[in-house]
Design a protein around this ligand. Structure first.
Ligand SMILES: *Cc1c(COP(=O)(O)O)cnc(C)c1O
Length: 236
């Protein structure tokens, strides 16, 4: 088994254990392997082992890996767009990303909707919330979430599947439990509203440092990079 496949199996075990602790079914949680900056060969090794869900934060890299890496059946993998999305790059991911996690504003949503109409596709999106209200982070304010979800869900050719957040980097993952709880409560409230085109079933939260706590608090998607692929080198 290669290193990345071995690492992935380890993450699977930890997700399964977190599900068990929380009394959840393992099938409720999708692991997105965040392959940003990492070579195609590593993705191919995981794909050969049956892994299908991958995440990228740059439109060009998502597009390139989507088109360039195919399964044995000749199908593309499932590519999740998890990074800041400039409106002039929306056309690169619409039709290629299986889910856009990072829609922080009406402005971005309008650009995605327009491109989706043009291509005749319905695009699944998550609304990104700046859960810890950090100055440096993208994402909508929690207070405006309901209005934003209603407005975005009313745009053509979008399906608002849920919420996403990037919790602050912390030493102890327990420090983020409160943020995960509040995102989940927010999602639950919105789901109960039964807004058209906004099923609100998904909760994308948890990364290498805190995914187990996120699963315990209801994450349906965890985005794990470093623990699978190793540390990233941005200098090259
Ligand atoms: C890079 C990235 C991740 C993965 O982070 P790790 O700490 O390496 O697991 C998850 N989510 C987003 C939005 C990212 O940009």
């Amino acid at each position: 088994m290669t290193m990345v496949v071995n690492n992935y199996r380890e993450i699977e075990k930890r997700v399964a254990a977190a599900c068990e602790r929380a009394g959840r079914n393992r099938s409720e949680v999708t692991i997105v392997a965040v392959s940003k900056t990492k070579p195609d060969e590593m993705v191919e090794e995981l794909a050969a082992a049956g892994v299908r869900d991958f995440g990228e934060n740059k439109p060009q890299e998502l597009m390139r890996k989507h088109d360039g890496i195919l399964t044995d059946e000749g199908e593309p993998l499932r590519w999740h767009m998890i990074g800041n999305l400039q409106t002039n790059k929306v056309k690169m991911v619409v039709g290629k990303a299986c889910l856009i996690h990072s829609v922080p504003s009406l402005h971005t949503a309008e650009a995605v909707s327009k491109e989706a109409v043009k291509k005749g596709v319905v695009v699944p999106v998550l609304i990104e919330i700046n859960i810890a209200e950090e100055e440096t982070k993208h994402g909508a304010d929690a207070a405006e979430t309901e209005n934003l979800v209603r407005t975005i869900a009313a745009l053509p050719n979008l399906s608002v599947k849920g919420l996403m957040a990037i919790a602050p980097p912390v030493e102890d993952p327990e420090e983020n439990r409160g943020y995960f709880k509040s995102l989940r409560r927010m999602r639950d409230r919105l789901r109960a509203e039964n807004i058209g085109n906004a099923p609100m079933t998904e909760l994308s939260m948890g990364m290498t440092g805190d995914f187990e706590v996120a699963v315990e608090e209801g994450a349906t998607i965890v985005r794990v990079g470093t623990a699978i692929f190793g540390a990233r080198d941005y200098s090259v």
